[in-house]
Design a protein around this ligand. Structure first.
Ligand code: NAP
Length: 481
Protein backbone atom coordinates (compact mmCIF):
# COMPACT_ATOMS: atom_id res chain seq x y z
CA UNK A 1 0.00 0.00 0.00
CA UNK A 2 1.41 3.40 -0.92
CA UNK A 3 1.95 5.81 1.93
CA UNK A 4 0.47 9.27 1.71
CA UNK A 5 2.60 12.37 2.15
CA UNK A 6 0.89 15.15 4.09
CA UNK A 7 2.23 18.54 3.11
CA UNK A 8 2.32 21.77 5.05
CA UNK A 9 -0.35 24.38 4.38
CA UNK A 10 0.93 27.90 3.80
CA UNK A 11 -1.02 30.74 2.20
CA UNK A 12 -3.67 28.33 0.92
CA UNK A 13 -1.10 26.07 -0.83
CA UNK A 14 0.04 22.56 0.09
CA UNK A 15 3.82 22.90 0.36
CA UNK A 16 6.28 19.98 0.03
CA UNK A 17 9.79 19.31 1.32
CA UNK A 18 11.80 16.71 3.21
CA UNK A 19 9.60 14.36 5.23
CA UNK A 20 9.44 12.59 8.59
CA UNK A 21 7.50 9.44 9.51
CA UNK A 22 4.36 9.04 11.57
CA UNK A 23 4.15 5.42 12.78
CA UNK A 24 1.45 3.49 14.63
CA UNK A 25 2.53 3.08 18.29
CA UNK A 26 0.55 -0.20 18.48
CA UNK A 27 2.51 -1.59 15.54
CA UNK A 28 5.56 0.33 14.45
CA UNK A 29 5.71 -1.65 11.19
CA UNK A 30 2.73 0.41 10.09
CA UNK A 31 3.55 3.77 8.59
CA UNK A 32 0.55 6.07 9.08
CA UNK A 33 1.92 8.77 6.83
CA UNK A 34 4.86 10.94 5.85
CA UNK A 35 4.78 14.56 6.95
CA UNK A 36 6.70 17.44 5.51
CA UNK A 37 9.33 18.63 7.94
CA UNK A 38 8.84 22.37 8.06
CA UNK A 39 11.74 24.81 8.38
CA UNK A 40 12.14 28.15 10.11
CA UNK A 41 11.62 29.86 6.75
CA UNK A 42 8.32 27.94 6.28
CA UNK A 43 7.19 29.33 9.65
CA UNK A 44 8.16 32.85 8.60
CA UNK A 45 6.31 32.46 5.28
CA UNK A 46 3.27 31.12 7.12
CA UNK A 47 3.32 34.06 9.55
CA UNK A 48 3.64 36.52 6.64
CA UNK A 49 0.70 34.93 4.82
CA UNK A 50 -1.36 35.09 8.03
CA UNK A 51 -0.50 38.80 8.30
CA UNK A 52 -1.63 39.42 4.70
CA UNK A 53 -4.93 37.60 5.29
CA UNK A 54 -5.68 39.37 8.55
CA UNK A 55 -7.36 42.53 7.23
CA UNK A 56 -10.00 40.82 5.11
CA UNK A 57 -10.67 38.04 7.62
CA UNK A 58 -11.02 40.31 10.65
CA UNK A 59 -13.33 42.69 8.79
CA UNK A 60 -15.63 39.88 7.61
CA UNK A 61 -18.82 39.94 9.73
CA UNK A 62 -18.30 37.52 12.61
CA UNK A 63 -21.49 35.55 11.77
CA UNK A 64 -20.02 34.95 8.29
CA UNK A 65 -16.84 33.61 9.90
CA UNK A 66 -19.15 31.48 12.05
CA UNK A 67 -20.87 30.08 8.94
CA UNK A 68 -17.46 28.86 7.70
CA UNK A 69 -16.72 27.22 11.07
CA UNK A 70 -20.09 25.43 10.89
CA UNK A 71 -18.96 24.10 7.51
CA UNK A 72 -15.69 22.86 9.03
CA UNK A 73 -17.73 20.94 11.63
CA UNK A 74 -19.92 19.43 8.91
CA UNK A 75 -16.86 18.27 6.95
CA UNK A 76 -15.36 16.67 10.05
CA UNK A 77 -18.68 14.97 10.71
CA UNK A 78 -18.75 13.50 7.21
CA UNK A 79 -15.26 12.03 7.74
CA UNK A 80 -15.95 11.04 11.34
CA UNK A 81 -15.10 7.32 11.06
CA UNK A 82 -11.98 7.87 8.98
CA UNK A 83 -10.59 10.63 11.22
CA UNK A 84 -11.30 8.64 14.39
CA UNK A 85 -9.54 5.53 13.07
CA UNK A 86 -6.56 7.62 11.95
CA UNK A 87 -6.28 9.06 15.45
CA UNK A 88 -6.13 5.58 16.98
CA UNK A 89 -3.48 4.60 14.45
CA UNK A 90 -1.28 7.64 15.06
CA UNK A 91 -1.72 8.21 18.82
CA UNK A 92 -2.70 4.77 20.12
CA UNK A 93 -5.83 5.64 22.14
CA UNK A 94 -8.73 3.21 21.73
CA UNK A 95 -11.20 3.74 18.90
CA UNK A 96 -14.08 4.69 21.26
CA UNK A 97 -11.80 7.28 22.90
CA UNK A 98 -10.76 8.60 19.48
CA UNK A 99 -14.41 8.85 18.41
CA UNK A 100 -15.18 10.77 21.60
CA UNK A 101 -12.38 13.19 20.82
CA UNK A 102 -13.41 13.77 17.19
CA UNK A 103 -17.00 14.33 18.39
CA UNK A 104 -15.64 16.90 20.78
CA UNK A 105 -13.70 18.70 18.03
CA UNK A 106 -16.90 18.90 15.97
CA UNK A 107 -18.79 20.28 18.98
CA UNK A 108 -16.03 22.81 19.64
CA UNK A 109 -16.22 24.13 16.08
CA UNK A 110 -20.02 24.42 16.33
CA UNK A 111 -19.83 26.09 19.73
CA UNK A 112 -17.42 28.78 18.54
CA UNK A 113 -19.21 29.10 15.19
CA UNK A 114 -22.24 30.13 17.27
CA UNK A 115 -20.12 32.71 19.09
CA UNK A 116 -19.87 34.53 15.76
CA UNK A 117 -23.44 35.70 16.30
CA UNK A 118 -22.68 36.89 19.83
CA UNK A 119 -19.08 38.03 20.43
CA UNK A 120 -20.39 40.14 23.26
CA UNK A 121 -18.77 43.45 24.01
CA UNK A 122 -19.72 45.70 26.93
CA UNK A 123 -22.37 48.41 27.07
CA UNK A 124 -22.71 50.37 30.33
CA UNK A 125 -24.33 53.69 31.30
CA UNK A 126 -22.11 56.76 31.40
CA UNK A 127 -21.94 59.18 34.34
CA UNK A 128 -22.06 62.00 31.81
CA UNK A 129 -25.07 63.41 30.03
CA UNK A 130 -25.65 62.20 26.45
CA UNK A 131 -22.52 60.06 26.41
CA UNK A 132 -22.83 56.58 24.98
CA UNK A 133 -20.00 54.32 26.10
CA UNK A 134 -19.21 50.78 25.08
CA UNK A 135 -16.36 48.35 24.37
CA UNK A 136 -16.11 46.12 21.32
CA UNK A 137 -13.95 43.04 20.84
CA UNK A 138 -11.19 43.14 18.26
CA UNK A 139 -8.77 40.38 17.24
CA UNK A 140 -5.17 40.34 18.44
CA UNK A 141 -3.69 39.55 15.00
CA UNK A 142 -1.54 36.59 13.98
CA UNK A 143 -1.53 33.86 16.63
CA UNK A 144 0.91 30.93 16.90
CA UNK A 145 -0.63 27.68 18.15
CA UNK A 146 1.63 24.90 19.46
CA UNK A 147 -0.07 21.64 20.44
CA UNK A 148 0.81 18.25 22.03
CA UNK A 149 0.10 14.71 20.83
CA UNK A 150 -2.21 13.43 23.57
CA UNK A 151 -5.38 15.14 22.27
CA UNK A 152 -4.17 15.60 18.71
CA UNK A 153 -7.53 16.87 17.40
CA UNK A 154 -9.37 18.44 20.35
CA UNK A 155 -6.52 20.68 21.52
CA UNK A 156 -5.80 22.15 18.06
CA UNK A 157 -9.60 22.54 17.67
CA UNK A 158 -10.05 24.36 20.96
CA UNK A 159 -7.32 26.82 19.95
CA UNK A 160 -8.20 27.19 16.24
CA UNK A 161 -11.94 27.73 16.55
CA UNK A 162 -11.93 30.60 19.10
CA UNK A 163 -8.90 32.21 17.41
CA UNK A 164 -10.70 32.24 14.05
CA UNK A 165 -14.10 33.37 15.29
CA UNK A 166 -12.49 36.38 16.96
CA UNK A 167 -10.98 37.36 13.58
CA UNK A 168 -7.38 36.27 14.13
CA UNK A 169 -5.28 34.39 11.61
CA UNK A 170 -3.11 31.49 12.74
CA UNK A 171 0.00 29.38 12.28
CA UNK A 172 -0.49 25.92 13.79
CA UNK A 173 2.50 23.75 14.78
CA UNK A 174 1.21 20.26 15.71
CA UNK A 175 3.05 17.63 17.74
CA UNK A 176 5.46 15.51 15.69
CA UNK A 177 4.19 12.25 17.23
CA UNK A 178 0.60 12.79 16.03
CA UNK A 179 0.37 15.44 13.29
CA UNK A 180 -2.39 13.83 11.18
CA UNK A 181 -5.39 14.64 13.37
CA UNK A 182 -4.52 18.35 13.31
CA UNK A 183 -3.85 18.12 9.56
CA UNK A 184 -7.44 16.87 9.08
CA UNK A 185 -8.75 19.98 10.85
CA UNK A 186 -6.71 22.18 8.55
CA UNK A 187 -7.87 20.22 5.51
CA UNK A 188 -11.47 20.79 6.66
CA UNK A 189 -10.77 24.54 6.98
CA UNK A 190 -9.43 24.49 3.42
CA UNK A 191 -12.42 22.54 2.07
CA UNK A 192 -14.85 24.80 3.93
CA UNK A 193 -13.52 27.77 1.96
CA UNK A 194 -11.73 29.65 4.74
CA UNK A 195 -9.70 32.17 2.71
CA UNK A 196 -6.04 31.52 1.97
CA UNK A 197 -3.56 32.63 4.60
CA UNK A 198 -6.10 32.57 7.46
CA UNK A 199 -5.06 29.09 8.61
CA UNK A 200 -1.50 27.88 8.16
CA UNK A 201 -0.02 24.55 9.25
CA UNK A 202 3.68 23.80 9.63
CA UNK A 203 4.69 20.38 11.01
CA UNK A 204 8.22 19.54 12.15
CA UNK A 205 10.44 19.57 15.19
CA UNK A 206 9.29 21.89 17.96
CA UNK A 207 12.89 22.69 18.84
CA UNK A 208 13.53 23.94 15.29
CA UNK A 209 10.19 25.68 14.65
CA UNK A 210 9.19 26.97 18.09
CA UNK A 211 11.67 29.83 18.29
CA UNK A 212 10.96 30.77 14.65
CA UNK A 213 7.27 31.06 15.50
CA UNK A 214 7.81 33.14 18.63
CA UNK A 215 10.22 35.41 16.79
CA UNK A 216 8.25 35.82 13.54
CA UNK A 217 7.50 39.54 13.33
CA UNK A 218 3.75 39.26 12.52
CA UNK A 219 3.03 36.92 15.47
CA UNK A 220 1.31 38.75 18.33
CA UNK A 221 0.34 35.87 20.62
CA UNK A 222 1.25 32.27 21.38
CA UNK A 223 -1.09 29.62 22.75
CA UNK A 224 0.84 26.55 23.88
CA UNK A 225 -0.16 23.21 25.41
CA UNK A 226 2.57 20.80 26.42
CA UNK A 227 5.25 20.20 29.00
CA UNK A 228 6.28 22.67 31.69
CA UNK A 229 9.88 22.83 30.45
CA UNK A 230 8.93 23.82 26.90
CA UNK A 231 6.23 26.18 28.19
CA UNK A 232 8.71 27.99 30.42
CA UNK A 233 11.19 28.32 27.55
CA UNK A 234 8.50 29.75 25.26
CA UNK A 235 7.34 32.15 27.93
CA UNK A 236 10.86 33.56 28.35
CA UNK A 237 11.23 33.96 24.58
CA UNK A 238 7.80 35.51 24.16
CA UNK A 239 8.38 38.00 26.98
CA UNK A 240 11.23 39.57 24.99
CA UNK A 241 8.71 40.54 22.30
CA UNK A 242 5.86 41.29 24.74
CA UNK A 243 3.67 38.65 23.13
CA UNK A 244 0.41 37.62 24.71
CA UNK A 245 0.97 34.09 26.02
CA UNK A 246 -1.28 31.26 27.14
CA UNK A 247 0.38 28.12 28.54
CA UNK A 248 -1.38 24.89 29.55
CA UNK A 249 1.14 22.43 30.94
CA UNK A 250 1.67 19.42 33.18
CA UNK A 251 -0.05 18.12 36.28
CA UNK A 252 0.20 15.61 39.12
CA UNK A 253 -3.49 15.32 39.73
CA UNK A 254 -4.94 13.86 42.93
CA UNK A 255 -8.09 11.88 43.55
CA UNK A 256 -9.10 11.99 47.21
CA UNK A 257 -11.17 9.01 48.38
CA UNK A 258 -12.93 9.47 51.73
CA UNK A 259 -14.35 6.68 53.87
CA UNK A 260 -17.93 7.80 53.19
CA UNK A 261 -17.57 7.62 49.37
CA UNK A 262 -19.68 5.34 47.20
CA UNK A 263 -16.99 2.66 47.27
CA UNK A 264 -17.63 0.98 43.92
CA UNK A 265 -17.93 4.30 42.08
CA UNK A 266 -14.72 5.58 43.72
CA UNK A 267 -12.79 2.53 42.52
CA UNK A 268 -14.22 2.85 39.01
CA UNK A 269 -13.56 6.62 38.82
CA UNK A 270 -9.98 6.19 40.01
CA UNK A 271 -9.22 3.41 37.50
CA UNK A 272 -10.80 5.42 34.70
CA UNK A 273 -8.88 8.60 35.56
CA UNK A 274 -5.55 6.86 36.11
CA UNK A 275 -5.42 4.42 33.21
CA UNK A 276 -7.78 5.30 30.39
CA UNK A 277 -6.03 6.93 27.43
CA UNK A 278 -3.03 5.06 28.91
CA UNK A 279 -2.70 7.71 31.63
CA UNK A 280 -1.72 10.24 28.95
CA UNK A 281 -4.36 12.85 29.74
CA UNK A 282 -3.10 16.05 31.31
CA UNK A 283 -6.06 15.72 33.72
CA UNK A 284 -5.35 12.04 34.54
CA UNK A 285 -5.09 10.99 38.18
CA UNK A 286 -1.56 10.01 39.14
CA UNK A 287 -2.00 10.15 42.94
CA UNK A 288 -4.93 8.59 44.75
CA UNK A 289 -5.07 9.75 48.36
CA UNK A 290 -7.16 7.38 50.45
CA UNK A 291 -8.54 7.88 53.96
CA UNK A 292 -6.82 5.47 56.34
CA UNK A 293 -9.91 3.63 57.55
CA UNK A 294 -10.67 2.26 54.05
CA UNK A 295 -7.11 2.22 52.69
CA UNK A 296 -6.52 -1.56 52.66
CA UNK A 297 -9.95 -2.41 51.31
CA UNK A 298 -9.74 0.28 48.63
CA UNK A 299 -6.25 -0.78 47.57
CA UNK A 300 -7.35 -4.38 47.20
CA UNK A 301 -10.38 -3.44 45.08
CA UNK A 302 -8.30 -1.03 42.99
CA UNK A 303 -5.69 -3.67 42.17
CA UNK A 304 -8.35 -6.29 41.42
CA UNK A 305 -10.16 -3.93 39.02
CA UNK A 306 -6.93 -2.80 37.35
CA UNK A 307 -5.87 -6.38 36.67
CA UNK A 308 -9.02 -6.81 34.58
CA UNK A 309 -8.07 -4.00 32.17
CA UNK A 310 -7.26 -5.26 28.71
CA UNK A 311 -4.20 -3.72 27.07
CA UNK A 312 -3.78 -3.95 23.30
CA UNK A 313 -4.20 -2.34 19.91
CA UNK A 314 -6.85 0.35 20.33
CA UNK A 315 -8.47 -0.67 17.04
CA UNK A 316 -9.55 -3.99 18.57
CA UNK A 317 -12.94 -4.15 20.26
CA UNK A 318 -12.80 -4.80 24.00
CA UNK A 319 -9.38 -3.21 24.49
CA UNK A 320 -9.39 -0.71 27.38
CA UNK A 321 -5.88 0.67 27.08
CA UNK A 322 -3.73 1.25 24.01
CA UNK A 323 0.02 1.74 23.76
CA UNK A 324 1.93 4.82 24.91
CA UNK A 325 2.66 7.21 22.10
CA UNK A 326 6.31 6.62 21.22
CA UNK A 327 9.69 5.24 22.24
CA UNK A 328 10.62 8.38 24.19
CA UNK A 329 7.44 8.22 26.24
CA UNK A 330 7.93 4.48 26.81
CA UNK A 331 11.50 5.03 28.06
CA UNK A 332 10.40 7.82 30.41
CA UNK A 333 7.60 5.73 31.90
CA UNK A 334 9.82 2.66 32.40
CA UNK A 335 12.45 4.87 34.07
CA UNK A 336 9.84 6.23 36.49
CA UNK A 337 8.67 2.68 37.24
CA UNK A 338 12.25 1.79 38.20
CA UNK A 339 12.42 4.88 40.41
CA UNK A 340 9.11 3.78 41.94
CA UNK A 341 10.51 0.30 42.65
CA UNK A 342 13.43 1.84 44.54
CA UNK A 343 11.22 4.27 46.45
CA UNK A 344 8.07 2.24 47.19
CA UNK A 345 8.99 -1.37 46.48
CA UNK A 346 7.52 -3.74 43.91
CA UNK A 347 4.28 -2.48 42.33
CA UNK A 348 1.12 -4.33 43.40
CA UNK A 349 0.25 -4.84 39.75
CA UNK A 350 1.97 -4.03 36.46
CA UNK A 351 5.44 -2.58 36.24
CA UNK A 352 6.59 -4.07 32.95
CA UNK A 353 6.60 -3.44 29.22
CA UNK A 354 4.33 -6.02 27.63
CA UNK A 355 5.94 -8.44 25.21
CA UNK A 356 4.91 -11.42 23.13
CA UNK A 357 2.22 -11.91 20.56
CA UNK A 358 0.60 -8.62 19.51
CA UNK A 359 2.85 -6.55 21.78
CA UNK A 360 6.38 -6.76 20.41
CA UNK A 361 5.92 -4.16 17.67
CA UNK A 362 4.18 -1.64 19.96
CA UNK A 363 4.85 0.48 23.04
CA UNK A 364 2.65 -1.35 25.56
CA UNK A 365 3.04 -0.87 29.30
CA UNK A 366 1.08 -2.66 32.02
CA UNK A 367 -1.14 -0.44 34.17
CA UNK A 368 0.98 -0.05 37.28
CA UNK A 369 0.05 0.62 40.92
CA UNK A 370 2.51 1.56 43.65
CA UNK A 371 1.18 1.42 47.23
CA UNK A 372 2.24 3.30 50.36
CA UNK A 373 3.73 6.15 48.37
CA UNK A 374 4.74 9.11 50.51
CA UNK A 375 4.80 12.81 49.72
CA UNK A 376 8.49 13.31 49.11
CA UNK A 377 8.94 10.39 46.70
CA UNK A 378 9.69 11.30 43.08
CA UNK A 379 6.70 9.26 41.85
CA UNK A 380 4.47 11.42 44.07
CA UNK A 381 5.91 14.70 42.81
CA UNK A 382 6.85 14.47 39.12
CA UNK A 383 4.52 14.08 36.17
CA UNK A 384 5.02 10.61 34.60
CA UNK A 385 2.33 10.91 31.93
CA UNK A 386 1.64 7.20 31.63
CA UNK A 387 -0.34 4.37 33.26
CA UNK A 388 1.32 4.63 36.67
CA UNK A 389 -0.66 5.34 39.83
CA UNK A 390 0.71 6.21 43.28
CA UNK A 391 -1.56 5.23 46.19
CA UNK A 392 -1.10 7.41 49.25
CA UNK A 393 -2.51 7.14 52.75
CA UNK A 394 -4.19 10.08 54.54
CA UNK A 395 -5.24 10.24 58.21
CA UNK A 396 -8.44 12.11 57.41
CA UNK A 397 -9.95 14.71 55.04
CA UNK A 398 -7.70 17.53 56.30
CA UNK A 399 -4.59 15.43 55.84
CA UNK A 400 -5.75 14.39 52.35
CA UNK A 401 -6.28 18.04 51.35
CA UNK A 402 -2.82 18.96 52.66
CA UNK A 403 -1.17 16.12 50.70
CA UNK A 404 -3.18 16.93 47.56
CA UNK A 405 -2.13 20.60 47.63
CA UNK A 406 1.50 19.93 48.57
CA UNK A 407 2.88 20.02 45.00
CA UNK A 408 3.77 22.80 42.54
CA UNK A 409 1.13 21.66 40.01
CA UNK A 410 -2.55 22.60 40.02
CA UNK A 411 -4.33 21.25 36.96
CA UNK A 412 -7.20 18.96 37.98
CA UNK A 413 -8.41 17.16 41.12
CA UNK A 414 -11.20 14.84 42.15
CA UNK A 415 -12.98 14.16 45.45
CA UNK A 416 -14.97 10.99 46.13
CA UNK A 417 -17.36 11.53 49.04
CA UNK A 418 -21.02 11.74 50.01
CA UNK A 419 -20.41 14.53 52.56
CA UNK A 420 -21.64 17.84 51.16
CA UNK A 421 -19.68 19.96 53.65
CA UNK A 422 -16.45 18.26 52.62
CA UNK A 423 -17.40 18.89 48.99
CA UNK A 424 -17.60 22.63 49.60
CA UNK A 425 -14.42 22.68 51.71
CA UNK A 426 -12.68 21.01 48.78
CA UNK A 427 -14.20 23.32 46.16
CA UNK A 428 -12.93 26.41 47.98
CA UNK A 429 -9.55 25.10 49.16
CA UNK A 430 -8.30 22.72 46.48
CA UNK A 431 -5.47 24.33 44.50
CA UNK A 432 -6.44 23.24 40.98
CA UNK A 433 -8.19 24.84 38.04
CA UNK A 434 -10.48 21.90 37.23
CA UNK A 435 -12.35 20.12 40.01
CA UNK A 436 -14.60 17.08 39.86
CA UNK A 437 -16.71 15.47 42.57
CA UNK A 438 -17.70 11.80 42.36
CA UNK A 439 -16.41 11.74 38.78
CA UNK A 440 -12.98 10.91 37.33
CA UNK A 441 -10.47 13.80 37.49
CA UNK A 442 -10.30 13.61 33.68
CA UNK A 443 -13.18 14.09 31.27
CA UNK A 444 -14.14 17.73 30.88
CA UNK A 445 -16.48 19.48 28.47
CA UNK A 446 -15.86 22.41 26.14
CA UNK A 447 -18.57 24.79 27.37
CA UNK A 448 -16.74 25.97 30.51
CA UNK A 449 -13.28 27.44 31.07
CA UNK A 450 -10.45 24.90 30.99
CA UNK A 451 -7.03 25.26 32.57
CA UNK A 452 -5.02 24.95 35.73
CA UNK A 453 -3.36 27.05 38.37
CA UNK A 454 0.11 27.18 40.04
CA UNK A 455 2.87 25.79 37.77
CA UNK A 456 0.38 24.01 35.49
CA UNK A 457 -0.84 27.06 33.63
CA UNK A 458 -0.18 30.65 32.74
CA UNK A 459 -2.49 33.23 31.18
CA UNK A 460 -6.22 33.26 30.45
CA UNK A 461 -8.19 30.01 30.40
CA UNK A 462 -9.09 28.04 27.27
CA UNK A 463 -12.53 26.86 26.06
CA UNK A 464 -15.99 28.11 26.97
CA UNK A 465 -16.65 31.84 26.90
CA UNK A 466 -13.27 32.43 28.60
CA UNK A 467 -11.46 31.46 25.39
CA UNK A 468 -12.55 34.73 23.81
CA UNK A 469 -10.59 36.68 26.43
CA UNK A 470 -7.29 35.34 25.16
CA UNK A 471 -8.08 35.64 21.45
CA UNK A 472 -9.56 39.15 21.54
CA UNK A 473 -8.91 42.54 23.01
CA UNK A 474 -11.34 45.31 23.96
CA UNK A 475 -11.54 48.63 22.17
CA UNK A 476 -13.40 51.15 24.34
CA UNK A 477 -15.49 53.96 22.83
CA UNK A 478 -16.90 57.15 24.46
CA UNK A 479 -19.38 58.95 22.19
CA UNK A 480 -21.14 62.27 22.86
CA UNK A 481 -24.40 62.67 20.98
P1 NAP B 1 6.01 18.92 24.67
O1 NAP B 1 7.19 18.07 24.46
O2 NAP B 1 6.17 20.14 25.49
O3 NAP B 1 5.48 19.30 23.21
C1 NAP B 1 4.34 20.10 23.00
C2 NAP B 1 4.50 20.84 21.69
O4 NAP B 1 5.60 21.74 21.81
C3 NAP B 1 4.82 19.93 20.50
O5 NAP B 1 4.22 20.45 19.35
C4 NAP B 1 6.33 20.05 20.42
O6 NAP B 1 6.86 19.76 19.15
C5 NAP B 1 6.51 21.51 20.75
N1 NAP B 1 7.87 21.85 21.17
C6 NAP B 1 8.86 21.02 21.61
N2 NAP B 1 9.97 21.75 21.89
C7 NAP B 1 9.67 23.04 21.60
C8 NAP B 1 10.40 24.26 21.68
N3 NAP B 1 11.68 24.31 22.10
N4 NAP B 1 9.77 25.40 21.32
C9 NAP B 1 8.50 25.37 20.90
N5 NAP B 1 7.76 24.25 20.80
C10 NAP B 1 8.34 23.10 21.16
O7 NAP B 1 4.79 18.11 25.30
P2 NAP B 1 4.19 16.73 24.81
O8 NAP B 1 5.12 15.65 25.22
O9 NAP B 1 3.79 16.84 23.38
O10 NAP B 1 2.85 16.66 25.66
C11 NAP B 1 2.80 16.16 26.95
C12 NAP B 1 2.72 17.28 27.95
O11 NAP B 1 1.63 18.11 27.63
C13 NAP B 1 2.45 16.79 29.36
O12 NAP B 1 3.25 17.52 30.25
C14 NAP B 1 0.98 17.12 29.57
O13 NAP B 1 0.61 17.32 30.92
C15 NAP B 1 0.86 18.38 28.79
N6 NAP B 1 -0.52 18.66 28.44
C16 NAP B 1 -1.16 19.65 29.10
C17 NAP B 1 -2.49 19.94 28.82
C18 NAP B 1 -3.21 21.04 29.53
O14 NAP B 1 -4.24 21.48 29.04
N7 NAP B 1 -2.71 21.51 30.65
C19 NAP B 1 -3.16 19.20 27.84
C20 NAP B 1 -2.48 18.20 27.19
C21 NAP B 1 -1.15 17.93 27.49
P3 NAP B 1 7.44 18.29 18.83
O15 NAP B 1 6.29 17.37 18.95
O16 NAP B 1 7.96 18.43 17.46
O17 NAP B 1 8.50 18.02 19.86
Amino acid sequence: MSVETFRNYINGEWVGGKTFENRNPANTDELVGLFVKGTASDVEAAAQSAECALGAWSSMPAPARGALLFKVADILERKFDQISAEMTREEGKTLPEAKGEVRRSINIFRYFAGEGSRLNGLLVPSERDRVHMFAIRKPIGVVGLITPWNFPSAIPAWKLAPALICGNTVVLKPASSAPLSAWRLVEACHEAGIPKGVVNYVAGSGGALGDALVNAAPVKAISFTGSCSVGQHLHAQAAKRQLRVQLEMGGKNPTIVLADADFGAAVENTVNAAFFSTGQKCTATSRVIVEESIYDKFLEALVERTKKLRVGDGMQPGVDIGPVVDQGQLDTILQYIEIGRKEAGEPLTGGRRLSGDGFDRGYFVEPTIFADVTENMTIAREEIFGPVLAVMRAKNFEDAMRIANNIPFGLSASLQTTNISRVFEYIYRMEAGLLTVNLPSAGVEYQLPFGGTKDSSFGPKEQGPAALDFYSDYKTVYLKY
